[in-house]
Design a protein around this ligand. Structure first.
Ligand SMILES: CC(C)(COP(=O)(O)OP(=O)(O)OC[C@H]1O[C@@H](n2cnc3c(N)ncnc32)[C@H](O)[C@@H]1OP(=O)(O)O)[C@@H](O)C(=O)NCCC(=O)NCCS
Length: 299
């Protein structure tokens, strides 16, 4: 967990606070009350806060937020964001502090034991002529990195929301750094790429990450189909092919989870065909730092 919690991309910083009952509990191996962290990117910070289930509603998280906001305020950060599972205590906690909803995503989960592998095979093969699919554990090969980053750059303009807490890597160097960062955090990426044979460009890509800390559940990261290659079955085929590859590459895997903008109907449709079941909203909250500082009585 140490690397998972502390390693960041170049240019980003992460600061973590621990709430202890007695000073030195952490060093003595005693349980802590909770912890909070802030990932600083650009002029915004992404907050996470966790409190031991038996110690909630006693103001521990509020106390941790005082430290977080105090630091963000002192460093001149304009806004804080948080990614919050819908209909949970965390939602009520952030709302109470004055955070407002900037963006809603839907989380869907695919239970691999429910997959009809025969039908999935048809989806994986159902791609137009002129595209070839390739599977790469860990990273696209060096000769594909530029084309891969270019495909990401092409869809970068698509504005999905007000707030982007998970910036995508659309320059080759940043892409390499982001892959290294994933590995360093114990997150192993698996990639399927659709190459447009005539031009040698990347028409589509899909990325799934398996955390060493919880290897039974994978996270679907970006799935991209470059606009001029849409309508040829590329999106469906790369996602289906990925599931086949994961079945062999990560035999212990039981679930894949994915997040999509509530407005992204084409992807939600592909996910439904693959057997993903929507389970809950996932909300991006934001608040201005000076407002938070006032609410928490530290400005
Ligand atoms: C969200 C969480 C951090 C809150 O921790 P906490 O120490 O219980 O929070 P506080 O005691 O400081 O609560 C402050 C206020 O938030 C609101 N709040 C917190 N939990 C609430 C709940 N279960 N129901 C309703 N309101 C709640 C209340 O207004 C509360 O003030 P009050 O107790 O005087 O009414 C905790 O529930 C948690 O760890 N959840 C799981 C992890 C998580 O989802 N983290 C967010 C991911 S970024």
């Amino acid at each position: 967990m140490r690397e998972y919690m502390s390693v960041t991309m170049p240019g980003e910083r992460k600061i973590t606070w621990i709430a202890e009952k007695n000073e030195g509990d952490l060093e003595r191996g005693e349980p802590v009350l909770g912890h909070a962290s802030i990932l600083l990117l650009g002029d915004i910070g992404v907050v996470e806060v966790f409190v031991h289930p038996e110690l909630r509603r006693q103001g521990v998280a509020t106390q941790l937020m005082r430290a977080v906001v105090g630091r963000a305020h002192a460093e001149g950060f304009a806004a804080l964001g948080a990614e919050v599972p819908g209909d949970t205590d965390a939602m009520r906690f952030y709302t109470r502090l004055g955070f407002t909803k900037a963006f809603t995503e839907i989380r869907s989960v695919l239970d691999l034991s429910t997959v009809n592998w025969y039908s999935l095979g048809q989806l994986a093969d159902g791609v137009g002529a002129g595209y070839s699919l390739h599977f790469f554990p860990d990273s696209p090969p060096e000769e594909l990195i530029e084309a891969y980053a270019a495909a990401k750059a092409e869809v970068q303009d698509v504005d999905l929301g007000d707030l982007d807490l998970r910036p995508s890597s659309f320059e080759p160097d940043r892409l390499r750094a982001s892959l290294e960062c994933l590995h360093a955090r114990g997150l192993r990426p698996y990639i399927v790429v659709a190459v447009h044979d005539a031009s040698g460009t990347v028409a589509g890509l899909t990325e799934v990450v398996v955390p060493a800390q919880r290897p039974t559940r994978a996270d679907q990261y970006d799935t991209i189909v470059v606009p001029r290659h849409r309508g040829y079955g590329v999106g469906r085929a790369i996602k289906a092919r990925m599931l086949f590859e994961l079945r062999s590459a990560v035999p212990g895997l039981t679930q894949v989870q994915t997040w999509n903008a509530a407005v992204n109907e084409p992807l939600l449709k592909v996910n439904a065909e693959l057997g993903f079941v929507p389970d809950r909203e996932w909300l991006e909250y934001e608040a201005d730092v000076p407002d938070l500082a006032r609410t928490l009585g530290i400005a």
